[in-house]
Design a protein around this ligand. Structure first.
Ligand code: G6P
Length: 369
């Protein structure tokens, strides 16, 4: 079994370490650097069809839903098409406003999640254009959707999704370039810049994985907390949600993700000297605002664990613990930030002695509604 796990103690840890390779495989053969475009072999829609898209709805469950939330920032930011995000089990029952000019995208690692499959079928029934981001070849969702963007994470065994998530973020980024180019919202040089940034990801993921040892130490320091708060802004808010979900799933510690600026409307009441607050604060356009949210936590004796950019002494001086990440881009920071959050949840769970790969009450793929 140890061999199956590639020498790692758990599948989850193995899969976390496979992420540079997983992203490399998801990008492979798809970049058209000269044209600042990408080639998505099974997308199912040519430029003319994509040009008719007036809005998008992205539907998913669990970790895949967190990926969907980041997709809104990418697509609205670069393509200026309004994007709505919904949870698959909600979508069908709210009589969604969908027509043939709506592109419905579903995201599913397994391609078998019952709620997501039902949402896709509902979208098709309403005449929407439709496509799936999927990790499992020939799965029900991949077969049913008009188009599919496969992630190439490889089989994911750990119930808590890791490498599938970062490849979903990668696939959304690729799709954004394709859509932007198809509808003429993204110039060749903008596409080229996005591709150049993307190509750095595998290497920077390798670098980020070196935080493993440091993250384990932090896990020891905070493992006995009863509640955790995760804060991020913009594209990093979904990553805060995902960090909190990882911790809940495998360590059974209560955790909440919150948009940093919304904390003052409620969760700040929870903060005292017992609550670790993980703050995602890379150097980006909302950096200053997030730093001031971090200061609000510190003023109430919250124990800040900051994920910041390399060499950020201002944050290092203020936070109780810091993990420094390489600088990349606003769009791709979420991928790098995901790694220490996965490792933090992993090490806390191991220290607590839970069944990391098979957490109680959870299933890898939920095929009942
Ligand atoms: C289950 C898994 C999660 C996963 C979710 C959606 O709850 O435990 O890790 O994110 O299903 O799965 P999907 O295969 O549709 O991405």
């Amino acid at each position: 079994l140890m061999a199956e796990k590639g020498g790692y103690k758990h599948f989850m840890l193995k899969e976390i370490h496979e992420q540079p390779r997983a992203v490399r495989d998801t990008i492979a053969g798809r970049l058209q650097e000269q044209q600042g475009d990408v080639y998505l072999e099974d997308l199912g829609y040519a430029d003319a069809a994509l040009q008719t898209v007036q809005r998008m709805v992205i539907v998913a469950c669990g970790t895949s839903w967190h990926a969907a939330l980041t997709g809104k920032f990418l697509i609205e930011g670069h393509c200026r098409i309004p994007v709505e995000i919904d949870i698959a089990s909600e979508f069908r029952y709210r009589s969604p406003v969908i027509d043939e000019k709506t592109l419905v995208m579903v995201i599913s690692q397994s391609g078998e999640t019952a709620d997501t499959l039902a949402a896709l079928r509902e979208a098709k029934k309403l005449g929407a254009m439709n496509l799936a981001i999927c990790n499992v070849l020939d799965s029900s969702i991949a077969r049913d959707a008009a188009g599919v963007i496969y992630t190439h994470a490889g089989p994911e065994i750990g119930v808590a999704s890791t490498k599938a998530f970062v490849t979903q973020l990668t696939a959304l980024y690729l799709f954004t370039i394709r859509l932007g180019r198809a509808i003429g919202r993204l110039s060749v040089s903008e596409g080229q810049q996005m591709i150049a940034d993307l190509k750095k990801v595998p290497e920077l993921l390798e670098q980020t994985l070196k935080l493993n040892g440091q993250t384990e130490k932090i896990a020891r320091q905070y493992m006995n907390a009863r509640d955790f708060l995760y804060l991020g802004r913009g594209r990093n808010f979904p990553i805060a949600l995902e960090g909190a979900l990882k911790l809940k799933e495998i360590s059974y510690i209560h955790a909440e993700g919150y948009p940093a600026g919304e904390m003052k409307h409620g969760p700040i009441a929870l903060i005292d000297e017992h609550v670790p607050v993980v703050v995602l604060v890379p150097k980006n356009s909302t950096y200053e605002k997030t730093v001031s949210n971090m200061e609000e936590v510190i003023a109430r004796s919250g124990r800040v664990i900051a994920l910041c950019s390399e060499g950020d002494h201002e944050v290092q001086d203020k936070a109780e613990a810091t993990l420094e990440l390489p600088e990349l881009s606003d769009d791709l920071d979420p991928i790098l930030l995901s790694v220490p959050l996965q490792l933090l949840a992993y090490h806390i769970a191991v220290l607590k002695g839970t069944d990391v790969d098979q957490p109680r009450n959870l299933a890898k793929s939920v095929t009942v509604e």
